[in-house]
Ligand binder design. Structure first.
Ligand SMILES: Nc1ncnc2c1ncn2[C@@H]1O[C@H](COP(=O)(O)OP(=O)(O)OP(=O)(O)O)[C@@H](O)[C@H]1O
Ligand SMILES: O=C(O)[C@@H](O)C(=O)CO
Length: 422
């Protein structure tokens, strides 16, 4: 297998978002969970997206895991490596976007890395280095209250510089408008000036195609699915990939019980849970009881067992910013997050033991905990439920999944997802 594109994603929902984008752009793509075992049978593909759970772990561990993924992809001949980060640049001053980009760039022997989280399809745009989420700057968006990485600075040149060893420059929209050669020349000029990374502006899909073509002149780049789209288009345009139709048939219906789990506290997910209450039973975990050591997971499973035969159920830990702040003040941010993720993973395992084969999970860290606990090695990518969220089918057993990034999906996302999982 010789890969046109190797991708390393810093969380599992982000990985399926990217796999969805690449598939839609004509690249035959597989999403693996972690660095695959050497004996994992994979179909012939153009791109592999290795999903890591490295967004919110210590930077040195994120670097080590990303390097391991890069080595696996390079050993399969990957022509270019994309480090997939969140379109809202989720990170802290400790990392991990800067440290991982620095390390992958150094290993690849590149002087500078192009970096952009722009993804216009989901209203993430970058102008003069400032990230906008919809109509507002990042620091005024709901991301300012993210439970793990509150984003309080919209200027990504500053954000990335604080977490990088390298100095960071800007490729502005005026340069992008001049085309891929101009962007590539600007990258060279910034590198000569001592910069090791450059935030690139993009507001429209056509900007992504320019950035993708420029990024392909180097070994690595860092970005969200928008840059993935640009790279895919550039690979097709250069004749390095023959575009394939997206797989519409991932196999026979599976049927049986279905369930949804939500650990994301994003505004979008909170609204989707409220809407789901009209069409399925919803159980809300009590984080205070859970963190006090009560068996909230066991109680939720007993609740689910009584209802699962009648139709889908939803179990959520999600809460609004005040409640999250109160839990974190009492137990610490990471301890609270990990304990809730562990409970969600246990619930997922219990649901599968009850026969659930159609599972929707909201939240990247939550999805990571769930998928790890279920030991799912890899997914094929099916139809798109909403921008950035495909239906996934496990390669080693009959199971449908959807791993939803916290902010993605329409108001009826949970019902929409289950409708595409026969
Ligand atoms: N009620 C709660 N109080 C405090 N923390 C919570 C609560 N519910 C969930 N969490 C934690 O908040 C974090 C949410 O992160 P997660 O990545 O799952 O969602 P997200 O950030 O919205 O999604 P994405 O990364 O896909 O954008 C997890 O660590 C989860 O355990
Ligand atoms: O890029 C995004 O917004 C998503 O794929 C994601 O990574 C959210 O966790």
């Amino acid at each position: 297998m010789t890969l046109a594109l190797g991708c390393i994603a810093d969380d599992y929902t982000g990985a399926s978002d990217l796999a969805n984008t690449l598939t839609k752009a004509g690249l035959r793509t597989v999403q693996t969970i972690g660095v695959p075992a050497d004996d994992l049978a994979l179909p012939e593909v153009d791109a592999v997206v290795v999903s890591l759970k490295s967004r919110s772990i210590p930077a040195d561990e994120a670097v080590a895991r990303s390097r391991e993924a890069a080595a696996w992809l390079n050993a399969r001949g990957a022509g270019h490596l994309l480090f997939k980060v969140c379109s809202t640049f989720d990170s802290t001053d400790a990392g991990n976007i800067g440290p991982v980009t620095d390390a992958l760039r150094a290993d690849a022997g590149d002087a500078i890395a192009l970096v952009t989280p722009a993804f216009p399809e989901t209203a993430r745009t970058v102008y003069l280095g400032h990230l906008f989420v919809g109509a507002v700057p990042l620091a005024e968006s709901p991301l300012k209250d993210h439970p793990l990485n509150p984003m309080r600075d919209s200027n990504l040149v500053r954000v990335l510089a604080r977490q990088s060893r390298a100095e960071v420059g800007l490729i502005d929209l005026a340069t992008v408008a001049q085309g891929a050669d101009a962007v590539s020349a600007r990258l060279d000029a910034l590198a000569t000036d001592g910069k090791g990374a450059a935030i690139a502006d993009a507001v429209l899909d056509r900007d992504l195609a320019v950035l993708g073509a420029a990024a392909l002149t180097r070994r690595i780049s860092t970005g969200a699915s928008g840059l993935g789209l640009g790279l895919a288009r550039a690979l097709v345009a250069a004749g390095r990939v023959a575009p394939a139709a997206a797989e519409s048939d991932l196999g026979p219906a599976i049927g049986g019980p279905a369930a949804c789990l939500a650990g994301s506290c994003s505004q979008a997910t909170l609204g989707q849970i409220a809407r789901a209450e009209a069409v399925m039973p919803v159980r809300r975990l009590d984080p205070a009881r859970l963190l006090a050591g009560e068996d909230e997971a066991g109680a939720a499973l007993a609740w689910a067992k009584e209802r699962i035969g009648d139709g889908p159920v939803l179990i959520a830990s999600s809460a609004g910013p005040e409640e999250v702040a109160a839990v974190q003040a009492r137990h610490g941010r990471d301890a609270a997050g990990h304990a809730i993720e562990a409970a969600m993973a246990r619930i997922a395992e219990g649901l599968v033991a009850l026969g659930v084969r159609r599972l929707v999970v909201a939240g990247g860290e939550t999805s990571g905990a769930v998928v790890d606990r279920l030991r799912l090695p890899a997914f094929r990518v099916g139809p798109e439920i909403a921008a950035g969220v495909p239906v996934l089918r496990t390669t080693d057993r009959d199971m449908w999944l959807a791993l939803k990034s916290g902010n993605f999906g329409g108001p009826d996302f949970f019902a929409d997802a289950l409708a595409l999982m026969p």
